[in-house]
Design a protein around this ligand. Structure first.
Ligand code: 2M8
Length: 466
């Protein structure tokens, strides 16, 4: 019996045992043999940041499978270092998800960016949670990790990934990575992208067929007009051979969440470098420099939140998105900034502790829509990140309450993709992988002490995380 099957069948009658078994069942059901799909129906391939979150949960019940999850993804890395946002499963019919491999055409031999020829992928990226995930996976079972040479194998790939982001994606020249498509920050149709996206000429409506509406309600999903613009941006990138320097980027944004995750992952890479005998100093310096750039370029002290920067206009994007709170996870964030972020989270725009989890967008804004995808609903991955941030900054009580609320919501909704923040009703699909995985992680997050295992994870001391 595999470790995961054993965990799914483990005895115990309490609510936690039930939740642990149910979450493990979701991950078992979504495992394809080499990786985990976010959802069998809506997302039947491997997604980049989903897999990192999945590995973070899987490590508690099946550490070897968690390693495999990340290594499958890293196996699809491009020659230029990018980790594609989707790795396609060849046994899934083309029509099951749009855009499919025949849209991205990654494996063409003339790709300057060096896409692999053995597997089909998308050409865009997602937030770099991977080094953080690899380090947490290692900490869950250092002996098994050492026995399999896990860190020495993943380190060069993770380092190449970060180099790609620090060089080819520093489109603003200020030391932060830019995203060039709303799918890249993972918060697809956030109101934060509305103005930048409005400049994009939509692709003709008859030029593509959405597959997502076969599984999700149109009221919960992005609109057709959003999709037409997503298609135009991706096709333009593809038609420039995914060459960041040559592509005329109509959408280029420095996103706080994406860069906060890059910084947290750079610290994790330093910890990994120490274990594998590589130079950790370079990673620490990069993490420090990127933290400075994040504060200089994206922090808005008057608003009390980090604001994305639109690189086409050169202006900050006003408004309160959950992305602007995520830098709470950054090690070494000045305490006054962290305190301001916590105040904003508790204030009327996010109402931490008074609504369900953390809404993805300002509850008071006219653009807020509690049902529509990333335009307001509360998501489990961003909530998990804020939980870590609260724990890191000494907000033990708030972290403990958020953890309890998140576990309850995962259980109650059958591991929903997201929630309506006021009613707490599950929205989107169910049996969603990262919801199950992050519930597993929270179940293991040091009992009820609220520490969430957060601050010490990056210290480089093996075994200190739990
Ligand atoms: C959603 O994005 C995909 C495109 O990548 C989609 O809408 O089809 C987002 O929630 C994204 O953050 C997530 O990684 C992906 C798979 O769960 O779904």
């Amino acid at each position: 019996m595999t470790a995961l099957l054993e965990a799914a069948a483990a005895p115990g009658t309490g609510r936690r045992d039930h939740l642990r078994r149910a979450a493990t069942h979701v991950l078992l059901g979504n495992w394809t043999g080499a990786a985990t799909v976010p959802s069998r129906a809506l997302y039947p391939h491997q997604w980049s940041w989903d897999s990192a979150f999945v590995a973070i949960g899987l490590r508690h019940v099946a550490p070897r499978r968690a390693q495999r999850e990340l290594e499958t993804l890293l196996g699809a890395q491009w020659g230029d270092g990018r980790i594609p946002h989707i790795v396609f499963n060849p046994s899934v019919p083309l029509g099951a998800y749009f855009p499919s491999p025949d849209f991205w055409r990654s494996s063409g031999t003339d790709r300057v960016a060096g896409a692999p020829s053995t597997v089909e992928t998308s050409g865009i990226v997602q937030p770099p949670v991977h080094a953080l995930a690899a380090w947490l996976v290692h900490l869950a079972d250092p002996a098994e990790s050492r026995r399999r040479g896990f860190l020495p194998r993943v380190y060069p790939r993770l380092a190449a990934w970060h180099r790609y982001l620090a060089t080819s994606r520093d489109l603003g020249g200020g030391g932060l990575a830019a995203v060039t498509h709303p799918w890249e920050p993972g918060l697809d149709n956030s109101p934060s992208w509305d103005a930048a996206l409005a400049r994009v000429e939509p692709a003709p409506r008859e030029s593509f067929r959405r597959a997502d509406l076969d599984h999700g309600s149109p009221a919960d999903r992005p609109t057709d007009l959003d999709y037409a613009r997503y298609v135009r941006l991706a096709a333009t990138y593809r038609d420039h051979a995914y060459d960041d320097a040559r592509t005329p980027h109509a959408f280029a944004v420095e996103d706080p969440c994406f860069n906060a995750l890059l910084i947290a992952s750079e610290h994790a890479l330093a910890a990994i470098a120490r274990v594998v005998g590589a130079d950790d100093g370079a990673h620490r310096r990069r993490a420090g420099a990127a933290t400075g750039a994040l504060l200089d370029r994206l922090w808005d002290p008057a608003a009390g939140v980090f604001l994305p920067r639109d690189l086409v206009t050169g202006e900050p994007i006003a408004g309160y998105g959950v992305s602007g709170l995520i830098p709470l996870i950054v090690p070494g964030l000045p305490e006054d900034v962290a305190a301001a972020l916590v105040r904003t989270a508790r204030g009327p725009r996010f109402r931490l502790g008074q609504v369900h989890l953390v809404p993805s967008y300002d509850l008071t804004a006219k653009e807020f829509d509690g049902n529509r995808y990333w335009r307001g609903p509360s998501w489990f991955n961003t909530t998990w990140l804020i939980h870590r941030g609260l724990a890191r900054h000494g907000e033990a009580g708030a972290a403990r309450r958020l953890r309890a609320q998140t576990l309850d919501a995962a259980d109650r909704t059958g591991f929903a993709e997201y929630l309506e923040p006021y009613t707490g009703k599950g929205r989107g699909i169910r049996r969603f992988s990262w919801t199950a995985a992050l519930a597993l992680d929270l179940l293991h997050a040091s009992g009820d002490d609220g520490s969430g295992g957060a601050p010490e994870d990056l210290s480089g001391e093996e075994g200190s995380a739990r």
